[in-house]
Design a protein around this ligand. Structure first.
Ligand code: SF4
Ligand code: SF4
Length: 452
């Protein structure tokens, strides 16, 4: 695609990066067929190609964002399905991230929108406050049906519907410290314990730590880590996102320069996609650019780490258990990790099945299900229907956002892939399956497969 930026505009590093991206797009439109919002709404401006044209026009002409642009960019899930499809390698993620930042700088949203976004950006990354907010939402949850499913108040309904029925206690494993390997040490890894995930489902970090220590990893929960910044990054609140990224980089750099790290493990793929992008996000920062690159290069999804380690002895009766695997967009499109989680589950003896249209988003997408509840609700219904058709015993996913979204629409237990692998290799029964699965060892533990 031909671009028309001036030399002066290209002095801005964000414009320079976006120009390179825009030049790769050949308008072919292959991406439209796999874009969830285009599939649902059928409007070219709600397709990747349409959004690319809107962004190009806005940036090239130094136009402040307007209501039309904001409407179509806000409807984008950042699911990155378009990046999986694009034959030209257009980095839509960096382009839409730039557009969101530009919108935040040049457009004044209606007051209620500003208030909600600021509240989410303030609350979600702070585990303690988020827990208090969740308790409030749990109490008010029965009122959800009183709010309309469409229009401005639909956001209130979505927030209440997504509130959990109960809130687990904080987990001691999330405190800074080192969880020593159960077997001779093979790797020293850091775990990002996250923010909302810690409040909603502490079992994910607990089971990840058990799984890793059982497979010979020392697991470090570094002092100073917190939210990865993805939630604010996707709202265009760049200062908040970069502050969160820098805090994590400082904490992990201390570990890297201290006893060293073989990997930074992420068990929420939405966070993983962002941490792997820290190098790009901080590329112009003279203090952080190099450190951010190092951190990004060390970052791995838990399924990648388990592939490196090789799954150890399976001690439970897993044959006959049917798992419907839900591929989180951030994992399959953002990180291009498509087969590793399924391979690990199959290696553990489970029957793994997938719904039709596995490339389509479930509608969670960070704060999307709160900000765009109507589209998110349609995507959820569609995803739940395709998953339930498989008649699975359990649904597995590698991202807390998808898990919460899908669980709010189905009675089938939704469990993190790492939690299932932990049970299979000797961990306790996942909470959602207590009374259904057994913690009896049916096979003796055998020596683990050779490393790497
Ligand atoms: S990120 Fe997802 S919703 Fe946004 S344009 Fe690409 S495919 Fe469509
Ligand atoms: S598939 Fe890629 S090259 Fe084709 S229109 Fe979409 S973004 Fe552009």
């Amino acid at each position: 695609m031909q671009t028309n930026f001036t030399e002066a505009q290209l002095q801005n590093p964000d414009n320079a990066a976006s120009e390179q991206i825009l030049r790769k797009c050949v308008h072919c439109g292959f991406c439209t067929a796999t874009c969830p919002t285009y599939v649902l709404l059928g409007d070219e401006l709600d397709s990747p190609r349409g959004r690319i044209y809107l962004i190009k026009d806005m940036l090239e002409n130094d136009k402040p964002a307007n209501e039309k642009i904001v409407t179509h960019i806000d409807r984008c899930l950042s699911c990155l399905s378009c990046m999986s499809t694009c034959p030209s390698g257009v980095n839509y993620m960096h382009l839409v991230d730039h557009a969101r930042k530009y919108i935040e700088e040049t457009y004044e949203r209606p007051w209620h929108d500003r208030m909600l976004r600021s509240l989410l950006a303030f609350l979600l990354p702070k585990v303690g406050l988020f827990r208090v907010a969740m308790i409030g939402a749990m109490i008010a949850k029965p009122l959800a049906p009183l709010f309309p499913a469409k229009g401005k108040l639909a956001r209130m309904r979505a927030m209440l519907e997504l509130a959990p029925n109960s809130l687990p206690s904080p987990s001691p494993t999330d405190r800074p410290g080192v969880h020593a390997a159960d077997t001779p040490r093979r790797k020293r890894v850091a775990l990002l314990t996250g923010c909302a995930q810690r409040a909603l489902n502490p079992e994910i970090n607990e089971s990840t730590i058990r799984l890793l220590t059982r497979h010979g990893c020392d697991v470090v929960v570094s002092d100073g880590i917190g939210c990865c910044g993805a939630l604010t990054h996707h709202m265009g609140k760049e200062d908040l996102a970069l502050a969160a990224a820098k805090a994590n980089i400082d904490a992990w750099t201390r570990e890297i320069e201290g006893q060293g790290l073989d990997a930074i493990v992420i068990n929420a793929s939405g966070c993983g996609t962002t941490v792997k992008d820290y190098g790009f996000m901080l590329r112009e920062d003279p203090v952080y650019a190099e450190k951010a690159e190092k951190v990004a290069a060390l970052t791995k999804d838990i399924s990648e780490v388990m592939t490196d380690l090789g799954l150890g002895a399976v001690v439970r009766e897993t044959a006959g258990i049917k798992i419907a695997y839900h591929a989180a967009c951030s994992l399959q499109h953002g990180q291009q990790i498509k087969t590793l989680p399924k391979r690990a589950l199959r290696a553990a003896g489970f029957q793994v099945v997938e719904p039709i249209d596995p490339h389509l988003c479930c509608g969670s997408a960070g704060t999307y299900n709160l900000l765009q509840p109507e589209i998110a609700g349609q995507l959820k219904d569609r995803k739940v229907e395709t998953l339930e058709k498989l008649k699975p015993d359990v649904i597995a996913a590698g991202n807390i956002g998808c898990m919460t979204q899908i669980q709010s629409g189905t009675g089938v237990p939704v469990v993190h892939t790492a939690t299932i692998l932990d049970w299979a290799t000797g961990g306790p029964v996942p909470q959602a399956l207590e009374g259904v699965w057994s913690d009896e060892a049916v096979r003796p533990a055998q020596a683990m497969e050779a490393a790497d």
